[in-house]
Design a protein around this ligand. Sequence first.
Ligand code: ATP
Length: 337
Amino acid sequence: MIEVKNLVKRYGDHYAVNHLSFTVEDGQIFGFLGPNGAGKSTTMNIMTGYLAATEGQVLVEGHDILEEPEAARACIGYLPEIPPLYPDMTVEEYLRFCAELKKIPKEQRTDQLTKVLALTHLEDMSARLIRNLSKGYRQRVGLAQAILGFPKIIILDEPTVGLDPKQVVEIRDLIRHLAKDHTVILSSHILSEIRAVCDRVLIIRKGRFVVCDTPEDLEEKLSAGGSLELTAKAAPEAAGAVLDRVAGITGRTLLGRTEDTARFAIHMERDIREALFFAFAEAGLPLLELRPRTASLEEVFLDLTDDNDTVAARAAALFQTSVETAEKEAVGDESDL
Ligand SMILES: Nc1ncnc2c1ncn2[C@@H]1O[C@H](COP(=O)(O)OP(=O)(O)OP(=O)(O)O)[C@@H](O)[C@H]1O
């Protein structure tokens, strides 16, 4: 288990990680999702002891990463965003070197190497110089070093970045395989990636906790809050002005527009279909369509991580993760924009 408590990483005035807390239970495939610059790599680097936090605490299997770094790091295998490979070594030389650094007992090294090469489908490449490997194979070597020693927790920072679709599928299969005996934490800014393999998803934005749930519950909660799709014969601004006057709307997103129509997703705290009907009628703007909608995780993610702080705060409020935090963020983060 990993417990992250109130983690802060500041660079000057900039918060790369801003009071982030979460727990990863044993046996999970835990996805760390956020747009570029959200703070995923920074958090992972702190969790693995590569970077010191400004404030907060990380406990790995009960060991504080700062106070008992050896014990904590012994539980973790880490594939950083840029794996530290030595191009002049062969794959086998490099992995033997890593096994030594990880203090794997000598008599176990050959056996472990064989297993890890098989798991990452690198058997035929073991005698190749790393400099002569393709990007996909290099990524596998990085993965192989993370798995060596078969630590309890395996942390992978963007493990499929730059890989072709076939390689992506292979890495996903490997992650699922590893998850049978290990806790796996992986980061990505690609939602489909996380959805495909993860039991639980933590979404962060600008270094802050947004929501943590199963992919299915994330979708369900957004829909359960009540969501409608509305198309009006009006310019988006005019339709938006009508929506501003209707009570009970917790958020809206413009989904599309044509020359004379605007289509919105409306999130509501109660059934407001009648009120919408009368409001548009009163404004003389015909409602062309009004229907319930279910949100895809893609939309949940886009809303939650929207560049516009108000949109993101409203989406976060739907999950009731912390309405206060969400609202504070909407007001307090203007300087980050
Ligand atoms: N050494 C540093 N000095 C100053 N700012 C930094 C440093 N490292 C990271 N940052 C900033 O901290 C924030 C979080 O960066 P981080 O690399 O953790 O994000 P990320 O979610 O991993 O993004 P990506 O998906 O692009 O890798 C960014 O705004 C980044 O510019």
